[in-house]
Write a protein that binds this ligand. Structure first.
Ligand code: KG4
Ligand code: ZN
Length: 350
């Protein structure tokens, strides 16, 4: 029988725990901190870290109870050891070390980005190598996944992540957070051709991306559309539609290039909260010349099932960490790639 793995995730604003046996997700618990941060317009690292410390044991207990198992049944503990907001990562790693020491269980430190990137193997049994596009509030990169512990980064954002851009655009237009769903809703009533927003970096070879110029263009469009100091409803919808179309088209074109650079990739997968966007999913699928994999939303956004799964893959390869496992604020999946710029409100982009 496949080993029973307890996964723990606390690198941003979700405290999460999950129990997996092979590809069977026996439980997948997420305690969101959204309410704690709502008044601040973004994730406050100190508040996040403290909430993780308070909630990790409850979350792990719930996950085991829902799975109908106890700590005695668990074969290994997998924990996010980075990249992310360091206070939260420390809280998770300390808790996992305590559990593994007390129960005499093997400990496996997992890279959060590897968790996202390996999810298509959990959901669709994707065969190596495959191409994955991570698009969330904190991440934006194309990765060729070669093994559970070998990744090549083909390109990524040189400034903001797309989710960050959606959130900022929502703020500029007076829409609620998180911005992505709000902008998508508003865009339904808009005309994407009403504003000609830039398609950043399309003139540059390769698959790097940039979203901060697009945000500035939205700010200018908003100011130009003001009437008596207020933004007319239709203009707001048009700006949302045009912005979303610019992001979708840019991501699709860069995906075409990344696919062309990976002739041997068996599939193209998306991961991250932005993959929830209908227009973006449709554009990516249309750009894809091989099987297109879009995991269910609760496995696209931050969760511990992906950490347990990545842990299970590493466990099978014989990876074990000791009490010296170090929490890492930055941890690029591809150590050979040049560092990503920016640190982002959701922590390091790795
Ligand atoms: O993966 P995720 O839950 O958290 C991390 O960033 O790690 O992604 C959240 C991001 C937010 O920036 C949110 O605005 C964006 O994903 N998002 C969307 C949509 N739903 C969530 N962006 C565009 N369209 C959506 N429907
Ligand atoms: Zn994430």
């Amino acid at each position: 029988m496949a080993p029973l793995i307890l996964g723990l995730e606390s690198s941003c604003d979700d405290t999460a725990a999950a129990v997996l046996r092979g590809r069977a997700i026996l439980s997948n618990t997420v305690l969101s901190q959204a309410e704690l941060h709502a008044a601040f317009g973004g994730v406050v690292p100190e508040i996040a870290a403290r909430a993780h410390v308070e909630k990790l044991d409850l979350c792990a207990e719930r996950a085991m109870a829902q799975a109908g198992v106890t700590l005695r049944d668990i074969d290994a503990v997998a924990v996010t050891a980075g990249p992310g907001l360091i206070g939260g990562v420390m809280a998770g790693v300390m808790f996992a070390k305590g559990l593994s020491t007390a129960a005499g269980l093997p400990l496996i430190g997992v890279n959060h980005l590897a968790g996202h990137a390996l999810t298509p193997r959990l959901t669709d049994d994707a065969a190596f190598p495959y191409l994955v596009l991570l698009v969330s509030g904190g991440h934006c990169q194309f990765l060729r996944v070669e093994r559970p512990d070998a990744f090549t980064r083909l390109g990524g954002t040189i400034d903001d992540a797309p989710g960050e851009a959606f959130d900022k655009v929502a703020r500029l237009l007076g829409l609620p957070q998180p911005g992505g769903p709000a902008v998508e809703r508003e865009a339904r009533a808009g005309d994407p051709r009403a504003f000609a927003f830039p398609r950043p970096l399309l003139d540059r070879a390769g698959c790097d991306l940039s979203f901060s110029g697009l945000k500035t263009a939205v700010l200018r469009a908003r100011d130009g559309a003001l009437s008596d100091g207020a933004l007319p409803r239709q203009a707001r919808a048009d700006i949302c539609a045009a912005f979303q179309a610019a992001v979708a088209e840019t991501l699709a074109e860069k995906s075409r290039r990344a696919l062309a650079a990976c002739p041997g990739a068996t599939a193209f997968a998306v991961a991250g909260g932005v993959a929830a966007n209908g227009a973006i999913r449709t554009a990516l699928e249309a750009a894809c010349d091989r099987p297109f994999l879009a995991p269910p939303l609760d496995l696209c956004t931050d969760n511990a099932a992906m950490i347990a799964w990545a842990g299970a893959e590493l466990f099978a390869l014989g990876r074990r960490d000791g009490p010296d496992l170090a929490p890492r604020p930055r941890w690029p999946l591809d150590a050979g790639a040049r560092p990503m710029l920016g640190s982002g409100k959701r922590g390091a982009k790795a």
